[in-house]
Design a protein around this ligand. Structure first.
Ligand SMILES: *Cc1c(COP(=O)(O)O)cnc(C)c1O
Length: 397
């Protein structure tokens, strides 16, 4: 059969056609009234997308740039910080905090696991100036308990900031950013926003803005105070990624449509969509006798352990060669041990059923064993049918 190229990777994710068109058509210079209007509108919409009344910044960089900024703007050399890590991206927080001379306490759990709140509580001290964590650890699919962690951090006092890398969490996980007291929450354009890589964004609490005044670590491009000042005038401190802003505007419109004109409702619908795709996928892979890699698998992605003795690279390759579907291998030490199917952003029912049907063939080919065709698809169909019935009951009620 002919092949359509499809991404099932936890970033970059499939692009929204309306966003691609908007960016292709965009030509405005960034110091014009047209661009200022777009910039201001997008920043306001981003608050609704994140679900916060805190100021939002959108900066030209990959997600890691704003992660770095969340260390450089908020810490001084020697500051005691706590990093919670259970995977590749948690390790990035640890390395960034070390690079900026922080004294780093680390709560480390094996890949695929998450932290208990008791373990977090023990690691918090009155001197802890900041806590860094992922919402969803994209290397393993695990979802961490941000709400529970936030409760502990807030109980530790206003001198402890909570910084959440929600780069694959936003759009796949429900957050109450202001209610829980998250000081910085970070996202990236190439994830649930359905546009290409190149923008990173964050929402910053008043507590964190205050900390920036006292923090002494060096910063220049990622000086958040400079960006905030410029944003108040409808501008960015440096040349913004203009065409990506046009794409972002279109993506936010699409999400608003998902919420029948209400962006906050659209954000919830996008999260529910990811939840359903993830639940269908978990049911499908389990029906094939495969094991989920993470104990607390979130809706961003599903990491599946490779059957014993089988290099997951073979599965990844078979997906690509037979179906032109790109799924992700494990990262680092997990290479060969698992593969990852993402649900972040622009995925629908047919994508979800399709990748599971493809998995049945992939598995048959790489193992040479009998696979019961339809087993994964059926399990996923049943999840879908049940959720559909529940939804129509709600509508009926
Ligand atoms: C994608 C991702 C990042 C950002 O990576 P960049 O390559 O810098 O965009 C950070 N954290 C998580 C959890 C991610 O999934």
């Amino acid at each position: 059969m002919l092949l359509k190229n499809r991404l099932f990777t936890p970033g970059p994710t499939p692009l929204l056609p309306a966003a691609q068109n908007a960016m292709a058509a965009f030509t405005a210079h960034h110091r014009t009234a047209d661009f200022k209007a777009l910039y201001t509108r997008v920043l306001a919409d981003m608050k609704d997308f994140i679900g916060t009344s805190n100021d939002v910044l959108v900066i030209a960089s990959s997600g890691t740039g704003v992660m770095e900024g969340s260390v450089s703007n908020l810490t001084s050399r020697g500051d005691r910080v706590l990093v919670l890590t259970a995977g590749k991206f948690g390790e990035r927080w640890r390395d960034l905090a070390k690079a900026y001379g922080c004294t780093v306490d680390v709560l480390e759990k094996p890949y695929g696991e998450t932290f208990s709140l008791d373990e977090v509580r023990i690691k918090l001290t009155p001197e802890t100036r900041a806590v860094y964590v992922q919402a969803t650890e994209s290397s393993t699919g695990a979802r961490h308990d941000v709400k529970g962690i936030a409760k502990l951090v807030r109980a530790n006092g206003d001198d402890t900031l909570l910084i959440v890398d929600a780069i694959t969490g936003l759009g796949t996980t429900h957050f109450d950013v202001d209610g829980w007291g998250i000081d910085v929450i970070i996202g990236g354009s190439q994830k649930a926003l359905m546009i290409p890589p190149g923008l990173a964004y964050c929402a910053i609490s008043e507590r964190a803005w205050k900390r920036m005044e006292a923090a002494k670590n060096p910063r220049y491009y990622f000086d958040f105070r400079k960006e905030r000042k410029a944003a108040a005038k409808g501008e960015s401190a440096f040349t913004p990624a203009t065409s990506l802003f046009a794409a972002l505007g279109a993506a936010l419109d699409f999400i608003r449509q998902m919420g029948s004109g209400d962006l906050a409702a659209g954000r919830k619908a996008l999260v529910d969509n990811a939840e359903l795709a993830a639940e269908m996928t978990r049911a499908g892979v389990t029906a094939l006798g495969m094991k989920l890699y993470a104990s607390s698998s979130g809706a961003a992605l599903t990491a599946v352990s490779s059957p014993a003795g089988l290099d997951s690279g073979k599965i990844v390759k078979e997906f690509r060669e037979s179906f032109s579907a790109v799924v992700a291998n494990g990262q680092g030490d997990m290479k060969g041990k698992l593969f990852r199917i993402a649900h972040i952003g622009y995925y629908d029912f047919l994508d979800t059923i399709g990748i599971l049907a493809a998995l049945e063939h992939v598995l048959a080919r790489v193992t040479g064993q009998n696979v019961e065709y339809g087993a994964a698809v059926r399990a996923a169909q049943e999840i879908y049918a049940r959720s559909f019935a529940e939804k129509s009951q709600l509508v009926g009620a």
